[in-house]
Design a protein around this ligand. Structure first.
Ligand code: AMP
Length: 542
């Protein structure tokens, strides 16, 4: 028997209409590259989303066409998030930090029809001009007065395009499985792969992430996503904030700048901020150097790479800010887990609590996880066994964009292989130990590079650390530590290596290390271990 309830489709349009009704006055603050701090409201943003939809129709695009953005976190990008997706088009957010070959591949693979770009990225687009044959319009995200000049591209002005029609747009009634957005993952090998989100997955992800045990957002919150809107939808905050009615503060091109982050927190009353560990290192260093405080900030959510407990402790002890460790990936929209302690953990000793808090947390309702061995057999959730992490759920990709065959990444029951290696404990807390391709196997046993890196960065002289496996005649592989020191520090290697003693089994302790000036990162800010292994094998650290 079928139920007798309404089956209103879950669409991003509903988020826009809801926030327009209930949170029209709620502020949207952004730093823009052309006009500094910009103050707006959800009402303004969504009105202008109507204008975006009109403009796209005039540019002659068809439902389902991909519309690319090369843009920072600001109000114009937010307008595009809604104006594009709600008019039945696909918002293709592009990461400007990718190599130009990857960008050319992505634009061509997505067959983008229009590119909206921050004027800062004009030189980048001009360099790719010959390879952008599908693109029929380039739109600079700025006003007439600030329009950049280009000798090789014809460019439209965003503000002029929007000004042409400010009547309400008649939003189409979309099926909830209509594609809404596209984001490419930057794999270390092979071409990037596109993850094609739909309205349903986006709404469910945003809905789920607002829950109390997840991000716990409400209209009392002021949310600052320091995670880019050009990569995995700034962890869904452009959708979850309007649902929760949270004020949103968008740091534009100033995401890694401690001074800007501090002034946004103080001036706008930010209560929760989200970002990768390096962003918080920049803010904490700025606070340390200046002696400034961040009075309103209650919580940070840290993910994208493992968050060392030292960051959590500094936030909590010096600034009264609680840190939630989180894990996810492009293929998961991205939220996979968030670390929120459960009541039985209230009475734990600080060191035991820290052990739990260093884990990546628990899956929200809507995400299912398991770990398997090399033969694909389920492993116990006992916090000890570790294996390949697989996931399933409402906001997990079923296949990559343009690929029908998903057999390389999904098993027959539909579980997606994340490429991460992890343990899951009895309470469901996930602990990522490595990427599958970075796993170190010594004498047939796995060593967690993430655990070793977390110990290394707790050393006062260490700013950043990476552990890679290097060939060893006797053991197959042994862990090798590479560190960047904090400015002015000149530690002896022995003092860093001896800091592992007693914290892990002796055979896990790296036998060798290098101190380097900088560690290479991928376009999404993760340590590029493939590059480090290559550099090490070529003897570049000697
Ligand atoms: P991306 O698709 O670029 O967001 O990258 C996803 C990958 O980042 C995951 O598969 C993990 O390998 C890594 N990652 C994300 N969050 C964490 C975390 N908290 N700890 C360790 N690795 C993480």
């Amino acid at each position: 028997m079928r139920g007798k309830m309404m089956s209103t489709p879950l669409t991003i349009t509903e988020i826009m209409l809801y926030a327009t009704r209930l949170y029209h006055d709620t502020e949207v603050i952004s730093i823009t590259s052309d006009e500094g701090v910009h103050r707006s409201t959800y009402k303004n943003v969504f009105e202008r989303a109507n204008q975006v939809a009109h403009a796209l129709r005039r540019l002659g695009v068809k439902p389902g066409d991909r519309i690319a953005t090369l843009a920072w976190n600001d109000h114009r990008h937010l307008e595009l998030y809604y104006g594009v997706s709600c008019s039945g088009l696909v918002l293709h957010t592009v990461n400007p930090r990718l190599f130009s070959e990857q960008l050319a591949y992505i634009f061509s693979h997505a067959n983008d029809q229009v590119i909206f770009f921050d004027p800062m990225f004009l030189p980048l687009l001009e360099g790719l001009a010959d390879e952008l044959s599908s693109v029929k319009a380039f739109v600079a995200l700025t006003s007439k007065e600030k329009m950049p000049e280009s000798s090789s591209l014809d460019i439209y002005c965003y503000e002029e395009l929007l000004a042409q029609d400010d009547s309400p747009f008649s939003w189409p009634e979309l099926e909830e499985t209509t594609a809404s957005a596209l984001c490419y993952t930057s794999g270390t090998t092979g071409n990037p792969k596109g993850v094609l989100y739909d309205h349903r997955s986006t709404v469910l992800h945003a809905y789920g992430s607002c829950m109390a045990g997840v991000l716990g957002l409400s209209h009392n919150d002021v949310v600052m996503p320091v995670v880019p809107m050009f990569h995995v939808n700034a962890w869904g905050t452009p959708y979850s904030c309007p649902i929760a009615g949270s004020k949103i503060v968008l740091p534009g091109p100033k995401m890694g700048d401690g001074e800007t982050l501090h002034s946004l927190i103080e001036n706008e009353g930010v209560t929760i901020a989200l970002g990768v560990p390096t962003v918080w290192l920049a803010l904490l260093a700025y606070l340390k150097d200046t002696g400034k405080t961040i009075g309103t900030l209650n919580r940070t959510v840290v993910g994208g790479s493992a968050c060392p407990i030292s960051i959590m402790e500094e936030f909590e002890k010096l600034h009264g800010v609680y840190t939630h460790h989180a894990w996810g990936m492009t293929e998961m929209s991205p939220l996979g887990t968030v670390n929120t302690l459960i009541p039985s953990m209230d009475k734990l000793e600080e060191s035991d609590r820290n052990k739990v808090r260093a884990k990546q947390g628990r899956a929200p309702f809507g995400v299912d996880m398991k770990i398997v061995d090399d033969e694909g057999k389920d492993l116990p959730h006992d916090g000890v066994a570790f294996g390949d992490l697989k996931v399933r759920g409402w906001w997990v990709a079923d296949a990559y964009y343009g690929e029908d065959d998903n057999s390389e990444t999904h098993d027959q029951e539909g579980w997606f292989s994340t490429g991460d290696v992890a343990t899951i404990d009895q309470q469901g807390f996930l602990n990522i130990t490595d990427r599958t391709k970075d796993v170190i196997k010594s004498g047939g046993e796995w060593i967690s590079s993430i655990e070793l890196e977390n110990i290394a960065v707790a050393h006062p002289d260490v700013a950043e650390a990476a552990v890679i496996g290097i060939d060893d005649e006797k053991w197959g592989e042994r862990p090798h530590l590479i560190v960047v020191c904090v400015e002015g520090a000149d530690p002896v290697q022995g003092s860093i290596l001896s800091s592992f003693k007693g914290k892990v089994a002796d055979w896990w302790i790296p036998d060798s290390m290098n101190i380097v000036d900088s560690i290479p990162h991928t376009a999404t800010g993760k340590i590029s271990k493939a590059t480090l292994r290559e550099q090490h094998s070529k003897g570049l650290f000697e």
